[in-house]
Structures are given as C-alpha cells and as structure tokens.
Design a protein around this ligand. Structure first.
Ligand code: SAH
Length: 356
C-alpha cells in the first residue's frame, strides 16, 4: 500500500470504503492468524519512573504515590495468569532503575521455571546488557512503542536528554531484534500536534521495522501532564491536519496495520476499550486485532499506574474483566487461544534465519 492510499483510507468520509477496509482487515486476520484470540495477563509491577514523557501521568516530576510490587507479589501475579488460562505474562513498569538487570533476570528465570508462561517485558529504554541478560534468563518478548514516527513531534513529547531521541528509540528496537526477542512497538493515535501524514508514516514504519507485535491506542489526555497544559501552545498550522484521538481513527490504524503486517500480533488495546466502553474491544477484534491484554494488577496498585487519568477500569477486578472478555469472544464467534501464541511473523523469521 502506498502512502497516498493509506492517507486516503485514514481520512475518507465514504462509509462504504471504510467498511470495505474493515472487512478486508478482518479477512486478512482470519487467513493469517486465524480465529484464536490470545490473552496476555498484564501486570503493572512499578510506577516509579525516571523519564518525563509529556503525555504520561507517571512522569518522574509528578507528585504521585509510588509503588513497586515485591517479588512475591509478582510471582503471585504469574500464578494468577496461569489460573486464568493466559499463555503469557507481561511485566510492565515505568523506567524504574531499581528493577535492574540482575533482579529482573532472576524474576524471569523464576517465572519460566515455575510456569509455562511466555514472558513479555515492557520496562522502557534500558541498557543493551540488561536486554541481553533478560533474554538469556528466558524473556521472550519486549514491548517498546516508538509513539510517533515524526522525529520533531517525538522530541516535543520527550524532554531533552542524552539518547532520548527517536533515532535512539529505533536503535533500541534493532538491538532487541538482534537479541532474538519478539519485538513489539506501536503508537498513540491523536497526539496533539500529530498530522494525518505522520499517522500514515507510522504505519509505514511498522512495516519497515517488520514488527512482530503492534500496539495501537488512542492518546488519552491526562490533566496533570505537561502535554495537556502545553497543547494549547502547539496550535496546528491547519486544524484539518490534527489527527483526532477517537475510536474510528484508531480502528482504521489497526485495520491498515493488519493489512501491512498480516502475520503480526495486534492487541485490541485497553485504551481502545476505554474510549468506547461497550464495544471498543470488540471493534478492535473485528477490524484486525487478535490479542487482548487483560489487566491482572492487584486493584490497590492498578489505580496508581496512572499513565492516563484514573483509569476508568481501575475498579474492575481481573475476575470481572475475564468474564466480560469471555462473553465478548463468544459473541464474536472467536475462540480462546491456547498456549503461548507466539507471533507468526517471528516464528517465520526464526525458521528462515537461524542466526537470528
Ligand atoms: N515505561 C514503559 C511502559 C510505558 S506505559 C515504556 O516507556 O515503554 C506503555 C504505553 O502507554 C506507552 O508506550 C504509551 O504509548 C502509552 N501511554 C502513556 N501515556 C498515555 C496516555 N496519556 N494516553 C494513551 N496512552 C498512553
């Protein structure tokens, strides 16, 4: 798909064309990754962070009650993921230096020894040596979104500092790939100052990076962040160019990404399920997605993991979420994936390129 066609499909008002896009993405999904939906238990293990990302409610400079789960609490989380039938546990946190190389490596080893879970890490930009230690300890996947493909916008939302530019973020993704991780990245849709052209470039970059997993969610403004207070100061030259952070645009990006990367794993993200509480997740699944990441963080910590405002789902227990997902999958006629659910993109790369 060329840039012009992607732009057209992102922007068209013609509902027949949009429905055609959604139907095509759903067909490609069925043909390539099938009807199974894999669940990844998401455990938010720490909200300490050394970065000051302008969009995130956990940025270092914000006054916020901080927590870090103990090793036992994390292992309990892994056991809960097993009990729910999840094939994967995702350990996510702010960029928390206390979760250092050795500590996380030992944790990964324990989870791998005690369970059959695949382990996904999402701990921010870390030292290459740490990525390597964790991979050797048995970590399977790493999630690190590039957030936007526009280097200038990237700089604007990530305050200056050594190595914190877009190029270095991409370098981290390349390092992870070389280490043999299944590599996931993604963007927020509708960041203030992002244009349709940027969004089309985001999709092209997913394909260029040949991502194994792609997370796409709407930008949800957090009132206590610099980006919200400064958004008014970045008026678009042409307001027509500002991408909305809405459900339809997010779903179009999901659909186009499925077509661009047919064998990748694409979640119906929590952020998408929050802008349309009734049907957001179902729409994502019907328009290209094949993964759900149910939040299994203990309720007392969940509300403090405030990447976006007091997350609307923060009072929902893992049990409730699990029941809702089961009902939604039944309504869509989709089956629950059994096992790890590795990305087919990654499996094929592994088999054709043994040195990887
Ligand atoms: N510290 C880790 C994990 C961050 S949270 C890291 O940097 O990778 C995971 C994702 O949440 C981020 O990559 C970002 O895309 C998303 N996120 C953060 N703030 C958000 C907001 N206000 N609205 C929507 N998504 C947000």
């Amino acid at each position: 798909m060329d840039h012009r066609l992607i732009l057209e499909l992102l922007r068209t008002d013609d509902s027949t064309r949009v429905n055609g896009l959604y139907a095509q993405a759903d067909q490609v999904r069925r043909d390539t990754v099938g009807n199974e939906v894999f669940l990844r238990g998401l455990l938010e293990i720490s909200n300490h962070c050394r970065r000051n990302c302008a969009y995130c409610g956990m940025y270092a400079g914000r006054k916020l009650q901080r927590y870090r789960m103990s090793e036992n609490e994390i292992l309990d989380g892994a056991r809960r993921a097993v009990a729910f039938g999840h094939g994967t546990i995702v350990l996510q946190a702010g960029e928390d230096g206390v979760l250092d190389g050795k500590y996380v490596a030992a944790l990964v080893t324990k989870i791998r020894n005690e369970t059959d879970l695949a382990v996904t890490l999402s701990l921010g930009e870390r030292e290459p040596e740490e990525y390597e230690l964790w991979r050797e300890a048995g970590a399977d996947r790493y999630l690190l979104r590039f957030e936007t493909s526009n280097p200038e916008l990237y700089r604007r939302i990530h305050p200056p500092g050594a190595g914190l530019d877009m190029e270095s973020r991409l370098e981290h993704l390349r390092i992870l790939r070389r280490l043999g991780y299944e590599v996931g990245s993604g963007v927020m849709v509708g960041i203030p100052g992002s244009t349709w052209d940027d969004l089309a470039n985001d999709i092209a970059l997913f394909a260029d990076l040949d991502l194994d997993m792609v997370g796409i969610g709407p930008y949800l403004p957090h009132p206590d962040t610099p980006l919200v207070s400064e958004a008014a100061r970045f008026p678009m030259a042409n307001r027509q160019e500002q991408v909305p952070n809405d459900e339809d645009t997010t779903c179009r990006v999901v659909a186009l990404t499925r077509i661009a990367l047919p064998r990748s794993n694409i979640p119906a993200t929590t952020a998408l399920s929050l802008i349309n509480r009734v049907a957001g997740r179902m729409h994502g699944l019907a328009r290209g997605a094949n993964i759900i990441m149910p939040n299994i963080t203990p309720i007392e910590y969940k509300a403090l993991y405030e990447i976006y405002p007091a997350k609307a789902d923060s009072i929902e227990t893992a049990e409730i979420i699990h029941r809702v997902i089961a009902e939604q999958l039944a309504a869509l006629g989709r089956s629950l994936g059994v096992g790890r659910g590795d990305s087919r993109n990654w499996t094929i790369r592994r088999n054709t390129c043994k040195t990887n």
